[in-house]
Write a protein that binds this ligand. Structure first.
Ligand code: ADP
Ligand code: ZN
Length: 754
């Protein structure tokens, strides 16, 4: 139906006209058609063409309010009987999105139930949209019709000179350059423009090109047998013409990164580019350095970059001058012209899911993007997400395993400290006797200590300190949440509510506890009990300033800090040879998070934090404080045994129809009036049930954060057997919904946080 480059001669046809289809970056959703004025269809002026992937300005509504829109298609269309407005302006001198990226954007819009305009706005970094670091300049040149008839023009002296200078220039000139060369003022130039003797066009030019620092190059390692076999499998996938997803499963230090690098060397030798996604927190100079050592042109994309820098990297990538893009989540949208491979390292990391619209998961988008380009996708992890593991076991992904570490450094020994044992407890403190002793030993030996407290502030579970019993919803099997204000415990999935128990239903102990402990309280305890130690706290509260995270880690690495304590922030991807002790303050907080992924989170957390020690030659110990030392996730993590964890967890998931055996969505409704918001949520639930799609709708129930700012929040959870069934259940949301003014909703497909 549509053609992006319509033949110009058909423009005169009265019945068909050039029509641009657009989506708005904000406001009304859906696609809108506008007539393309002739001056925006003149191929001799490519910088002004209306074209798919460029932004345009269009008049909207009765007031013809000018709004920014993305052009998604341009084509000749029959317009008889249609009342179309004229498009007002073209905002980009070249497309910001390739046809492939538009196609990917459409897929995201449909999969994640997000308006296309919002998706496109989300895909393009702000610095790229704003063309940060560039300036709009008008460039002048002399058209041939003028230069050929030069002698016949009768011009005043200054104008004649200025025109000659411009005609003699090999390139179009900006106003200032032209004035300087012709040694004239603006007056003769403006006169020439008025007489239409010169042509002008607007271009974006860089104001501040930066230079990359040089990095010393390094030769590849000679691969060990396991690595060579892995590379061989990847090479097969690179040569096949079909998309393949490979799971590279190997413990930290098994040489996965070296395998990625050698795979990318092959990709580069084919003249193609690779994208490597790593969790934001591991996007350190160290990580990037490993790629810079091996490739000439590496681009980095991450969220702490300035707009100017991000735009500059984006342009380098789009121009094809980059071999490897290393970046966080959003780098999956890097505009590589000939993509050859995508790698996602630490693929289980939850930071690959975006928590604002579009709520995409980089892994899901990567699968789609590599399918479109028919290139392989490598997912790497020591502890894959169960979704990925299940797909690998089912043969949907190809499983490649690295069983051994490259060096024969052993994995650290992990021991549980059973907090149910009275002998282990120290008053009301958070540090048990065994942990306290171990800290003393480590510090006396000149080692460093990491203490991790997984505190996710607001919600608290109910647990018995004597037997470890934790209160769960009888229907959903997720932990109940204690609400202090109402003095109730509630399942925040299905809204099942009861009074909090006054004694443990299991062992009858009356000390049953609600709650947790924060990092600040822990810091105070550590300082009181180790007054001579230098202590540093690291959590999102203490690390607000940009760069403070790096700084803190630098001073820890430099040995200026003895005890580093913090949230899971410190558990990831860091390498400190002098750390001889890691303490997990309470493994149960993650275990009783009201979410079906609680065990998985706990397993990841303990495994990762355990990986922070034993990196140097001094060995290392890990102590995990818990009320549930026999919980399968904790036992498996202590033994560094991923398969044991997966074999235990998967049957539970299957029984309850949770992912990876089913698909889920979460719909959140918020409103300033509690009853109205709840009624809207109930209305959604009814409409979804009425679809008879076979998906099940749980709730509405108050969200874990039941009130945020001035809004009351309710959510629905939708479970379905397949993505198609899930979409069918959610179909009512895609229709035109009439909602009270202050009520809004969002949908989250494949949610990670419940
Ligand atoms: P992972 O990504 O699985 O954690 P890395 O690729 O970072 O593992 O490898 C761990 C360490 O071993 C790195 O310092 C790396 O340079 C080194 N290494 C990797 N492969 C080899 C090899 N084949 N021979 C020698 N050293 C290697
Ligand atoms: Zn429930």
């Amino acid at each position: 139906l549509f053609d992006t480059t319509p033949p110009a001669w058909e423009l005169d046809d009265a019945e068909t006209k050039l029509v641009a289809r657009v989506v708005l970056s904000t406001g009304p959703t859906g696609e809108f058609d506008y007539l393309v004025p002739e001056n925006f269809a003149d191929e001799r002026r490519p910088e002004m063409l209306v074209e798919a992937g460029r932004r345009v300005q269009v008049p909207l509504g009765r007031g013809n309010r000018p709004v920014v829109a993305y052009c998604t298609q341009v084509g000749l269309e029959p317009v008889a009987g249609r009342r179309l407005k004229l498009l007002a302006a073209v905002l980009d001198t070249s497309p910001l999105l390739t046809p492939r990226m538009l196609e990917l954007g459409r897929w995201i819009a449909e999969y994640y139930l997000t308006p296309l305009g919002q998706v496109l706005e989300g895909i393009l970094p702000a610095g790229v949209r704003g063309k940060a670091g560039t300036r709009e300049t008008t460039l002048f040149s002399v058209p041939t019709r003028v230069s050929a008839n030069f002698t016949r023009l009768d011009l005043p002296e200054k104008q004649a000179k200025a025109l000659m200078v411009l005609a003699a220039s090999s390139k179009p000139l900006a106003m200032k350059q032209w004035m300087a060369r012709a040694e004239c003022t603006a007056a003769p130039i403006n006169a020439l423009r008025k007489k239409e003797l010169v042509e002008s066009r607007v271009e974006r030019i860089d104001t501040d090109p930066l230079l990359e620092e040089e990095v010393e190059r390094r030769a590849p390692h000679e691969l060990n047998t396991e690595q060579a076999a892995a590379l061989h499998t990847i090479a097969d996938a690179l040569e096949s013409r079909e998309q393949q997803t490979l799971l590279l499963h190997g413990v930290t230090g098994s040489g996965k990164t070296e395998v990625y690098i050698q795979a990318i060397e092959k990709v580069v030798s084919y003249g193609r580019q690779a994208i490597v996604l790593v969790p934001e927190i591991s996007l350190t100079p160290q990580t990037v350095g490993r790629f810079r050592e091996r490739f000439d042109n590496v681009a980095v994309l991450h969220s702490h970059q300035s707009d100017v820098e991000r735009h500059r990297q984006w342009k380098r990538i789009a121009a094809g001058g980059v071999q490897v893009v290393v970046g966080a989540r959003s780098a999956i949208f890097a505009p590589t012209p000939h993509l050859g491979l995508v790698v996602i390292d630490e693929e289980h990391e939850t930071s690959f899911k975006q928590d604002t619209a579009p709520r995409y998961h980089a892994r899901q988008v990567a699968i789609q993007r590599t399918k479109m380009d028919r290139v392989p996708l490598i997912l790497g992890s020591a502890t894959p997400s169960l979704e990925t593991w299940h797909a690998a076991k089912a043969g949907e992904y190809r499983l490649v395993t690295l069983e051994n570490r490259v060096s024969d450094l052993p994995l650290p020994t992990v021991r549980a400290v059973d907090l149910r044992d009275m002998d282990h407890r120290h008053n009301r403190g958070a540090i048990s006797r065994p942990l306290y002793q171990a800290m003393g030993v480590a510090l006396n030996d000149g080692g460093q200590v990491i203490l991790m407290l997984n505190r996710r502030g607001y919600s608290t579970h109910v647990q018995c300190p004597s037997c470890g019993f934790a209160l769960k919803c009888p229907q959903c099997d997720v932990s109940m949440v204690y609400h202090r204000a109402a003095n109730q415990v509630t399942c925040h999935w299905c809204d099942y509510t009861e009074l909090p128990p006054t004694y443990c239903p299991e062992c009858k102990d009356a000390n049953i506890r609600y709650g947790g402990l924060g990092t600040q309280k822990l810091e105070a305890e550590v300082r009181a009990r180790f007054p001579k130690a230098r202590v540093l706290r690291m959590d999102t509260d203490s690390m607000r300033r940009p760069g403070s995270h790096e700084q803190a880690l630098d001073s820890f690495r430099a040995g200026e800090v003895d005890i580093l304590l913090g949230t899971q922030m410190i558990a990831k991807g860091l390498d400190f040879p002098n750390v001889t002790l890691v303490g997990v303050i309470n493994a149960d907080t993650a275990l009783h998070w009201p979410d079906f992924r609680a065990s998985e989170r706990t397993f990841h957390l303990v495994t990762q934090v355990a990986g922070r020690t034993g990196r140097g030659d001094r060995g290392g110990r890990v102590l995990v404080q818990t009320l549930s030392p026999d919980h399968p996730a904790i036992v498996a993590a202590m033994q560094h045994n991923y398969r044991m964890f997966a074999d235990n967890e998967l049957p539970d998931r299957e029984m309850l129809g949770y992912p990876p055996f089913g698909r889920m969505a979460r719909v959140v409704v918020r409103g300033k009036n509690e009853e109205v918001a709840q009624a809207v949520a109930s209305g959604f639930a009814e409409q979804m049930q009425a679809t008879e799609s076979g998906g099940s709708v749980i709730g509405p129930a108050p969200c874990a954060i039941a009130k945020l700012r001035e809004y009351y929040r309710f959510h629905l959870l939708i479970k379905a057997g397949s993505i198609e069934q899930l979409h069918a259940t959610l179909a009512p949301l895609a229709g035109k919904l009439k909602l009270p003014d202050d009520v809004q909703w969002i949908a989250d497909i494949d949610p990670i946080d419940m």
